[in-house]
Design a protein around this ligand. Structure first.
Ligand SMILES: O=C(O)[C@H](O)[C@@H](O)[C@H](O)[C@H](O)COP(=O)(O)O
Length: 249
């Protein structure tokens, strides 16, 4: 039984980012009305970072108890700490640095390239961090909302078509090499980790994503469209702009 799928089309990328930010804040507030902590997975990429920036400027953010929120990453570009191209660097700049009550220990970044460790080491370190916060018998915390972007080739996180990382099972993380999107070396959650999320939100904007969106919503298999494997246990939401939806029948 697959979880319900929601598709919402927004007029522009700017409205999409604001709407996803509002949806995320409202979702966190709703969850916190009954339990804490809340585990959120964020993503890199243009609209992903733009969404985090919209959270930062939303007055609704003050209604969230950030001391009870944990921030994880769906993937990371395996670069030195502080590199402007790291998803962590961009997320801190767009949002996290402005959340004064978000404890530093609640920000779970994937390890940078420090000149000694490999991407495999970084993946192992992240798997251990996920396990540290996992309930009994699980490998990772039950993510409440996982935000993912999508490439024109229908990649999700750093799971690219034809890459061996798509085949990784029994683990929550994997190293990625030969990424067609620079940098070549990355660390990514696996499909199993992504699918452990209660809700997965695919956020996509731009005409260059239109064929991938149409393919995935049309049922393309994961081998052709890795984004098809980004599904939530309770909900998969496709939050897109008009251009990204322009090839959907
Ligand atoms: O490290 C990354 O680049 C992202 O995690 C990646 O999965 C991104 O979300 C998509 O490639 C979409 O990126 P754009 O929104 O910039 O097209």
């Amino acid at each position: 039984m697959t979880a319900p799928r929601l598709v919402v089309v927004h007029p522009t990328p700017a409205v999409l980012a604001e709407a996803v930010a509002a949806r995320l804040l409202t979702r966190i507030i709703d969850i916190q009305s009954v339990r804490s902590p809340v585990h959120v997975v964020v993503t890199g990429g243009t609209i992903g970072i733009r969404t985090l920036a919209a959270v930062a400027t939303s007055p609704v953010r003050t209604a969230v108890d950030w001391t009870q929120v944990h921030v994880w990453w769906g993937d990371e570009r395996f670069l030195p700490a502080g590199d402007p191209e790291r998803n962590e660097t961009q997320a801190r700049s767009a949002l996290l640095d402005s959340l004064e009550s978000l404890p530093a220990d609640n920000i779970h970044a994937m390890a940078p390239d420090d000149g000694t460790r490999t991407a495999e080491d970084a993946a192992d370190l992240y798997a251990a961090e996920l396990a540290r916060f996992a309930p009994e018998g699980a490998l990772a915390p039950a993510f409440d909302v996982t935000l993912v972007g999508m490439g024109p080739d229908a990649h999700v996180a750093s799971l690219f078509p034809g890459n061996s990382a798509l085949e990784v099972t029994g683990r929550t993380t994997t190293a990625v090499h030969d990424s067609p999107k620079p940098p070549s070396d990355r660390v990514s959650l696996t499909f199993e980790a992504l699918q452990g999320s209660s809700e997965v939100w695919v956020v996509a904007a731009g005409a260059d994503k239109a064929s991938a969106v149409a393919a995935a919503l049309g049922g393309a298999p994961v081998t052709e469209a890795p984004i098809s494997g980004a599904t939530g246990r309770l909900l998969t939401a496709w939050l897109v702009d008009v251009d990204a939806a322009s090839a959907v029948a």
